[in-house]
Design a protein around this ligand. Structure first.
Ligand code: ZN
Length: 151
């Protein structure tokens, strides 16, 4: 089973596969994919041998920036990214939670210096059971990914 994907093939772009079922919608929203003019094919709740159910997102003519890929890791632990060129998977990598995340999310602490000073937010990340904890580098408060990513 090489390079075989469950949803219609795209010529070039990015396929995010093995997204935990239910997370696909959040990824679309978080990366503002529906606001852009790229073509997107999605499959939600597809059967998956490894996961039971999974979501899959195919984006034509787009490669994710490192920051987008890092944001993605918060919602889609274990997802794989396939870079497609000429209908072939030319690169494949697993999403791993990064150790740090800069500028992607605001600190939920309204007293945090990052809201008043011209500095980018900066979090240290730790995986904890089903959650990911983000600890602000500046105010040193720690938050669940669900709190940070809702803002
Ligand atoms: Zn903070």
């Amino acid at each position: 089973m090489t390079n075989k994907l469950q949803v219609e093939a795209i010529c070039q772009g990015t396929v995010i596969d093995h997204i935990p079922a239910g997370q696909g919608v959040k990824i679309l929203e978080r990366l503002h994919l529906l606001d852009s003019d790229v073509s997107i094919t999605v499959g939600f709740n597809l059967p998956s041998k490894a996961q039971g159910r999974k979501d899959i997102i195919k984006v034509s003519d787009l490669k994710f920036t490192e920051q987008e890929a890092n944001q993605l890791a918060l919602f889609a632990q274990g997802a794989t990214i396939n870079v497609i060129e000429e209908y072939d998977v030319v690169e494949k990598f697993s999403m791993a939670v990064p150790e740090t995340l800069k500028g992607a999310f605001s600190c939920p602490n309204s007293n945090c210096i990052t809201h008043n000073e011209p500095v980018s937010s900066f979090f240290h990340l730790k995986e904890k059971e089903d959650d990911i904890r983000l600890k602000c580098h500046y105010c040193e408060k720690s938050f669940s990914k669900n709190i940070v990513a809702e803002i």
